[in-house]
Write a protein that binds this ligand. Sequence first.
Ligand code: FMN
Length: 423
Amino acid sequence: MNQTLADKNILLIISGGIAAYKSLDLIRRLKERGAGVRCVLTQGGAQFVTPLSVAALSEEAVFQDLFSLKDESEMGHIRLSREADLLVVAPASADLMAKMAAGLANDLASTVLLATDKPVLLAPAMNTVMWDHPATRRNFRTLLDDGLHAVGPGQGDLACGEVGAGRMSEPLEIVAAVENIIGGQSAGPATGPSTGQSGAAPLKGRRAIVTSGPTYEAIDPVRYLANRSSGKQGHAIAAALAGLGAEVVLVAGPNNQPDPGGVSVRDIESATQMLAACEAALPADIAVCAAAVSDWRVAGEAEQKMKKDGSGQPPAFNLVENPDILATLSQMNGGRPSLVVGFAAETEKVVDHAQSKRTRKGCDWIVANDVGAGTGVMGGDENTVHLITADNVEAWPKMPKDAVATALAKRIADHFTNHFGSE
Ligand SMILES: Cc1cc2nc3c(=O)[nH]c(=O)nc-3n(C[C@H](O)[C@H](O)[C@H](O)COP(=O)(O)O)c2cc1C
């Protein structure tokens, strides 16, 4: 076994979720890689796994009580965090994340988390309704903005019998995130990029979010506003980044493209859902916003199918602006992907409009394409793009969308190699 975590000390905080059983395996996986693992078990966590199992697997005492005279004199809460290179909260329960977001320190886990200046990795796990609750989303967002790292949660069968988002990442995914953060500490800040690798997989260890396809904005239960985007370009970019070794989350609006292999796909419909899925997929090194997101949605979507009322007057719609996903990812305080690439679909003055879009949104690069009538770009197989960076405009020849994706992925890999080096 590769000792990727030799001499590293991990403080694993196990809070109260059913996924705590996976944390027992996580302890083994971290130790296999040479890490020392100390564990804090919350009161909730101790309902799901026993201190005895945790102590036996970690080969260390388990810490549970803030006010224990014995623990505090032998290994105080400050020392617990000082002696760790990284704190991992797995599972991160909704309750513990709420305490962290509020800055509470009323038990050992929350006190250690408030008293630390070390990187913290969250692996949230909970029922999908709890995960989707605005309070949980707000707390999670706050923690990411504060510079904490996160892995998952993924989609799938949940222990509660439901299916959806909220499943704790598998132990090996958490280990990979730990390795990324620890590997990246020498290359930059805790929220910064991880160290890339050269060779056939130059993006190995990098995490990318790619958006693709159109969004559907509901008018009523059967009608929606949409656009002609097919998802071909975004899906091809996701596949190309994965082909270079990146771990890719593809957030996709309704489309008929096959899911690219080796990519985690999050299917969404509306712009609001797309933003939420992107935020949930953070942290990431790379974000490529290729989706054709609707600028507006209908205010007050009708709960029942709208009907003609016999007056001959069509219904009036009020539109409200959708969240700006590219600007949100580009302008995040803490946790911003280090390379954010936007797409500009323009029908006139393509380069001028795209250059001002790059500055306005705060992204790093823009891929501009002419989607005017007769170009056949929307839904077609070919694309003619300009790659616009802070100091350059490159006109690329007309190419199949797959080739555009391959060229863009290669440029992204070169960017990371040039800026952060290769191993
Ligand atoms: C059977 C059962 C399963 C639970 N699973 C979860 C879960 O997966 N995620 C979560 O956030 N809370 C879950 N809860 C609720 C938490 O255990 C509860 O909020 C607890 O106070 C959290 O404690 P902590 O702050 O020590 O994490 C579950 C509760 C029960 C009874």
